[in-house]
Ligand binder design. Structure first.
Ligand SMILES: C[S@@+](CC[C@H](N)C(=O)[O-])C[C@H]1O[C@@H](n2cnc3c(N)ncnc32)[C@H](O)[C@@H]1O
Ligand code: SF4
Length: 342
């Protein structure tokens, strides 16, 4: 299950996610609408069990734990000790009481948008916190007892150099975390960075450098863990999930469904979706694309055997138990293109 919280205290310069910095007085109504959608989706899709729950945003830490309570009560019969419940948080709003509240509701994993531990880089990105606040937030979550802590970092900004990236990762590894997500900066349309080519690094191969610095397993092109997130893996295995909230996406019975992205419209009618039907071909493409980006791999029945043999000879992939595994996730797009006949 994915739950989207479309509120942020401020908007970062690079971010195109569906979130609003105004209308915070609608939070309570929003969570009631999300509960309506949750009840509806659980019934409609006949959900019997949840393997993972991910509360993302926007900024989930802008919403008080009390407002999450009815949703947690609703899913309680569907979760077990093995259910991974993750919540995203921003360093400036993950207070001690918020962390304690979310932990006592059942969250076991927390993912912080740290982005950087460098003051200038945080300012460039338009973040609302200092490096010290990010460090303190992770330490607070650890003290509160979260089992798994992850941080997001952004690289390939104009300020990134090998020296700075080394400092970033060295600082990250001093923290009690078991997972790091690293994202190369994308200049997204309709953001302040849209046309600002000067904020992007000229050297576009920093991913390789970062990979060498992180002693965790790279289990997807942007994700490194001592612990593999079940929820993340579920996406790459193309498992089904319900998508709750304004601007969320769900994937059930070969259909992607999109609840409304406008806050007022969502609150008014959280049960109206746009639906995209995925053809067999679409599903095959997704399986190839996602399998190449991650340790999930691609079943050989989905791809041209001769092309796989070429890739194997070139040492780019490994074939094991009827599956092909990509040895270099940074090349996944190129390999997908080479395999392209879809
Ligand atoms: C859904 S966002 C929300 C996280 C949380 N609200 C926060 O900012 O702390 C998840 C992550 O995507 C990454 N991200 C978002 N937009 C990006 C962009 N344009 N380029 C690179 N990474 C981006 C950031 O690292 C961010 O933490
Ligand atoms: S990066 Fe996070 S805090 Fe910043 S605008 Fe996007 S969702 Fe909000």
């Amino acid at each position: 299950m994915y739950l989207h919280i479309p509120f942020c205290d401020s908007k970062c310069n690079y971010c195109a996610f569906n979130s609003f910095t105004t209308n915070h007085h609608l939070k309570s109504e929003y969570m009631q609408a999300a509960l309506r959608q949750l009840e509806h989706d659980l019934n409609t899709f006949n959900v019997k069990k949840l393997q993972s729950v991910y509360i993302g945003g926007g900024t989930p830490s802008t919403i008080k734990p009390q407002l999450y309570e009815p949703l947690f009560e609703k899913i309680l019969p569907l979760i077990s000790q093995n259910t991974e419940i993750t919540v995203e948080a921003n360093p400036n709003s993950a207070t001690l009481s918020w962390l304690k509240g979310m932990k006592s509701l059942g969250a076991i994993r927390i993912s912080f948008g740290a982005q950087s531990f460098d003051d200038k880089k945080l300012k460039l990105l338009g973040r609302a916190h200092s490096p010290q606040e990010a460090i303190a937030a992770v330490e607070r979550a650890f003290k509160v007892g979260f089992e798994h802590i992850s941080i997001d970092l952004i690289y390939e900004t104009a300020l990134d150099s090998k020296t700075l990236l080394e400092q970033e990762i060295t600082q990250a590894l001093k923290l009690p975390i078991d997972h790091i997500s690293t994202y190369a900066l994308i200049l997204e349309p309709n953001t302040p960075f849209e046309n600002k080519t000067d904020v992007k690094a000229k050297d576009e191969n920093q991913g390789y450098f970062i990979k060498e610095l992180i002693p965790f397993e790279q289990y997807e092109v942007s994700n490194y863990g001592k612990y593999r997130s079940k929820h993340n893996l579920g996406y790459w295995q193309l498992k089904e999930y319900i998508g709750i909230g304004c601007g969320a996406v769900g994937f059930v019975q070969n259909r992607r469904y999109y609840p409304k992205t406008d806050l007022a419209s969502y609150i008014k009618n959280p049960l109206t979706y746009n639906i995209e039907h995925l053809s067999k071909e679409d599903i095959r493409f997704e399986k190839i694309f996602l399998g190449l980006r991650s340790i999930v791999g691609v079943h050989l029945t989905l791809v041209d055997k001769e092309k796989v043999a070429i890739l194997e000879n070139e040492g780019k992939v490994e074939v094991k138990n009827s599956k092909m595994y990509n040895k270099n996730f940074f090349l996944s797009d190129e390999i997908a293109l080479f395999l392209h006949d879809f």
